[in-house]
Design a protein around this ligand. Structure first.
Ligand SMILES: [Zn+2]
Length: 130
């Protein structure tokens, strides 16, 4: 569990680094359409979506259709969830050591949403508008 903003930034950097060593996770990037959507909506809105989607789709103790609840694309947060292993409780347990079978705390949802946002922002920076 992280306490300070500085700890959290370090955790995000380390986690993105860890994910980059997974061939499966590292291959994800945003579709052009989702990138355009993220830019049009702006960071604050996508950040709110990230919190809502994580809370609603993986936040429960036993989420509906767990393991298959996250589409591959259609919203930047969906793709980011696969890339950051926040797509289902199995991946969250394996990669982020949060046990299955209990609700995520607000703190955990916030932390995973920050990871998702960091991944999206990095993708946008790496793919500037031409
Ligand atoms: Zn998963």
């Amino acid at each position: 569990m992280t306490n300070t903003a500085e700890d959290e930034q370090r955790w995000i950097a380390e986690t993105l680094e860890r994910l980059s060593h997974s061939q499966f996770r590292a291959k994800f990037q945003l579709a052009d359409k989702d990138r355009a959507y993220a830019r049009a909506k702006g960071k604050a809105t996508i950040d709110r979506h990230a919190h809502e989607m994580l809370h609603d789709r993986v936040g429960a103790a036993e989420p509906k259709n767990d393991g298959r609840q996250t589409p591959w694309r259609g919203h930047p947060v969906f793709t980011a969830q696969h890339a950051t292993a926040t797509c289902c409780r199995g991946c969250i347990e394996k990669w982020h050591h949060i046990p299955k079978g209990r609700e995520l705390t607000d703190d955990e949802v916030n932390r995973l949403a920050d990871l998702v946002m960091a991944w999206i922002e990095r993708d946008l920076v790496n793919h500037p508008v031409r």
